[in-house]
Design a protein. Structure first.
Length: 367
């Protein structure tokens, strides 16, 4: 069938929105009518080849839509179901079996290969292959053939246009707090970087009862949004060293927990430096492979813990419905950070992200 998609042709190139041909789902795949797709930092890192993926390719991995066709081996969704499209995974390895599909042994094959396991693709442009199945979906398009493992069913009354970002950015930030740190009520937390991931961590910290909740960024407008979402204290890192400001705020003790959401090694170091003894920092930001982080070993010997978290250490089929419920209850106001664009406006949306005018850009798909 003919679809409309945003194609990435080469490193740093503008996205080209044009018709493509979408193939028929295989037995373990589903065709989804995409309602809306979030633009994630990871999509842009791939476009700029900080993370290498074959091109030309249709990116996009934060989407929500409606099931239109189901392969014969797929049983957990049916035609008409509302779904969030998250990451793909094998479902068989030890990590998947233990409820941590984000660490699947076949993570690369299902998410970064930008093709099926056999190397075939679901998209063509005048007979020429275009790489598909990025994170099992390639959802910068109004329709997608999706790996079944990427699909999470949501309630019939779920507001799909807001739910795409839950698939990655929201799940990453919220999960870093709820699943990785598991803070007790009343514990202090600092979150670095008030993009979609950081703001999701702020909302999760409020849900978990953390206090104080310290938001750190260089943009006053984003700090204001963080305050709306639950931050109790704001630190403008453009006005002085963030570590010093956090330590002053906590009387020199530091915080029990910190979450880094900026994708910058200097910020990662700060997230460790603000910890009290026995504190724990979680790093979520995407950086180029091979990037090194320098830390004072004595900080770690004094009981501090530093760890990474992929997509919030979440089992999407369990965690995403929980987050959607919190959103519907008004306790996870993702809508406060979303700005909508038409698919054809994708390049403008990215420009607005880079300028700081938009926190979370979501593309509405034409139908």
């Amino acid at each position: 069938m003919k679809i409309l998609a945003a194609v990435t042709e080469g490193k740093g190139a503008l996205f080209d929105v044009r018709p493509l041909q979408l193939g028929i789902p295989r037995n373990d795949e589903v065709r989804v009518k995409i309602i809306a797709t979030g633009i994630c930092h990871t999509d842009l890192a791939v476009r700029d080849q900080q993370i290498s993926v074959a091109m030309p390719v249709v990116l996009g991995h934060e989407s929500a839509g409606i099931v239109e066709q189901v392969g014969s081996n797929v049983s957990h969704v049916q035609v008409g179901d509302k779904v969030i499209l998250s990451l793909g995974f094998c479902g068989q390895c030890s990590h998947c079996a233990s409820g941590l599909p984000t660490y699947c042994d076949e993570h690369f094959e299902y998410n970064w290969k930008a093709s099926r396991a056999d190397g075939s693709v679901a998209l063509h442009d005048q007979g020429q292959p275009v790489h598909s199945h990025f994170f099992g979906q390639s959802s910068f398009a109004n329709y997608a053939v999706v790996s079944a493992s990427s699909l999470v069913k949501v309630a019939d009354d779920a507001p799909l246009e807001f739910l795409g970002p839950f698939a990655c950015g929201v799940m990453t930030g919220a999960g870093a707090v709820i699943n990785t740190l598991k803070p007790s009520p009343g514990t202090a937390i600092a979150v670095f970087g008030m993009g979609a991931v950081g703001l999701s961590a702020i909302m999760a910290a409020r849900v978990m009862g953390c206090n104080p909740i310290i938001a750190i960024d260089t943009q006053a407008s984003r700090l204001a949004v963080a305050q709306e979402m639950g931050a109790t204290h704001l630190i403008d890192a453009s006005q002085g060293d963030a570590t010093e400001q956090v330590m002053a705020l906590t009387g020199g003790q530091g915080v029990k927990y910190s979450v880094e959401c900026a994708g910058h090694v200097g910020v990662m170091a700060s997230a460790v430096n603000v910890l009290e003894e026995g504190g724990e920092a979680v790093l979520t930001g995407v950086v180029a492979p091979g990037t090194q982080l320098s830390l004072d070993v004595m900080q770690l010997i004094r009981g501090r813990v530093v760890r990474g978290s992929i997509m919030g250490d979440a089992a999407p089929s369990v965690f995403l419905p929980r987050l959607v419920d919190l959103f519907k209850q008004g306790r996870f106001p993702v809508d406060k950070m979303v700005r909508f664009y038409d698919l054809e406006q994708i390049n403008q949306a990215i420009a607005d992200i880079h300028s700081g005018d938009t926190i979370k850009a979501v593309l509405r798909m034409p139908h």
